[in-house]
Design a protein around this ligand. Structure first.
Ligand code: NAP
Length: 350
């Protein structure tokens, strides 16, 4: 286990900061009662939500069902889970044309992620939104998946790259009548709140210099860089890619931690926002893009050229890229991602 007292101190400081920011966010951005009371659209729209069986992902899936989306909920298989997830979605949205389903996928396996995405593309002509919030919070060192990648980095980064890339054919077919603002991809992790990871060249897969901080920074930094690269690829101009930070949320986050850290987190979590409050903010650009005259709710691309990834703060306002975000690093991280996904049989253009 890595430096436990330091981890506890870092966690306590981060949580205190996040909680303060959350109070302001909550006042500023939650939808009004009047907005929430608007009837869901009857147009047929499809959202894929990864990590939809619990936590922030489940709340995002529920909010999208409530807004009239048919939800493809992706998560690990568990006895009775598929029925429970679909029943939860149907209770939140069962308008004309809405069909929800659960698709089992263990995102530790990039091969499985590739097959899951292929199956969705085969069965759904178009996909209008993708939300990815699969994650874990353990404090161990590099822990390999069966494919040899670190487990935590796989959930927070590689599996997200694989899902977004795999679903591109269906995202590109999203129809402007159902999504006037175009299809939207949201990766819920740490947009605007992580530091850059300096080892993108010397230790690109974080095999030599693994630490909790490096793993968090690397996953956050690479989310910015990979999705920036993907947004700029020919054919993806109409798709909005958003890297969002959820803030401090009262979810199951921390389940994998040692009991004493988990206990401290569970005591503090009621100070954070609920998963429903968080979801309202995380899917804000999707709901706005699906409305007449679709926009992304005022999000602006942070790059000077007006292209690339959007960074979204926990209150769904625009956030910033790191100072070390350059197109050279975008290319370097793209190449690393090509190599990692290739080992799982997924082929990105190099
Ligand atoms: N909560 C916070 O305060 C907070 C703060 C900053 C960032 N975040 C980030 O936000 C994201 C969502 O966090 P959360 O609060 O929703 O966490 P959570 O309550 O722990 O939920 C994690 C989700 O990921 C799924 N998952 C875990 N391992 C998986 C696997 N191998 N394959 C597929 N799905 C898997 C879980 O499903 P199972 O039920 O199958 O485990 C669950 O649905 C995470 O990336 C987290 O790091 C959270």
């Amino acid at each position: 286990m890595l430096g436990t007292p330091w981890i506890a101190l870092a966690l306590a400081t981060s949580i205190a900061l996040l909680t303060t920011r959350h109070r302001t966010a909550k006042r500023n951005r939650l939808l009004t009662e009047q907005e929430r009371a608007m009837p869901p659209s009857t147009l047929s729209r499809t959202a894929v939500v990864v990590g939809a069986a619990g936590g922030i992902g489940q709340a995002c899936a529920h909010r999208l069902a409530e807004a009239g989306f048919s939800v493809v909920a992706v998560g690990r298989d568990r006895p009775g889970r598929a029925d429970r997830v679909v029943a939860g979605l149907s209770a939140r949205g069962s308008g004309p044309g809405q069909r929800h389903q659960f698709r089992a996928c263990d995102a530790f396996s990039l091969g499985e992620v590739g097959r899951c995405a292929e199956g969705i593309v085969r069965d759904y002509d178009s996909v209008d939104a993708l939300v990815m919030s699969q994650g874990m919070a353990w404090v161990r060192g590099f822990t390999p998946t069966e494919e040899g990648n670190d487990k935590k980095v796989t959930l927070h980064l590689w599996s997200r790259a694989a899902f977004a890339h795999g679903l591109l054919p269906s995202l590109r077919r999203s129809d402007a009548t159902s999504m006037p603002g175009g299809p939207v991809v949201v990766s819920v992790l740490s947009g605007g709140v992580h530091s850059p990871y300096g080892g993108y060249d010397s230790d690109p897969e974080l095999r030599e210099s693994y630490s909790i901080k490096n793993a968090a920074d690397m996953a956050g930094y690479y989310n910015d860089l990979f999705f920036d690269g993907l947004a700029r690829r020919p054919g993806n101009e109409g798709i909005s890619f958003v890297h969002a930070a959820p803030g401090f949320v009262n979810s199951n986050w921390g389940t994998e931690m040692p009991w004493f850290l988990r206990a401290a987190i569970r005591c503090l979590q009621p100070l954070g926002k609920s998963t429903d409050e968080c979801a309202e903010l995380m899917v804000d650009p999707i709901i706005k893009a699906s409305a007449q005259g679709g926009s992304l709710g005022g999000l602006r691309p942070p790059s000077d050229d007006g292209m690339g990834v959007y960074i979204m703060n926990e209150d769904s306002t625009s956030g910033n890229l790191t100072m070390e975000h350059t197109q050279n690093v975008v290319q370097s991280v793209w190449k690393t991602t090509v190599d990692v996904l290739k080992r799982a049989g997924i082929h990105l253009e190099s």
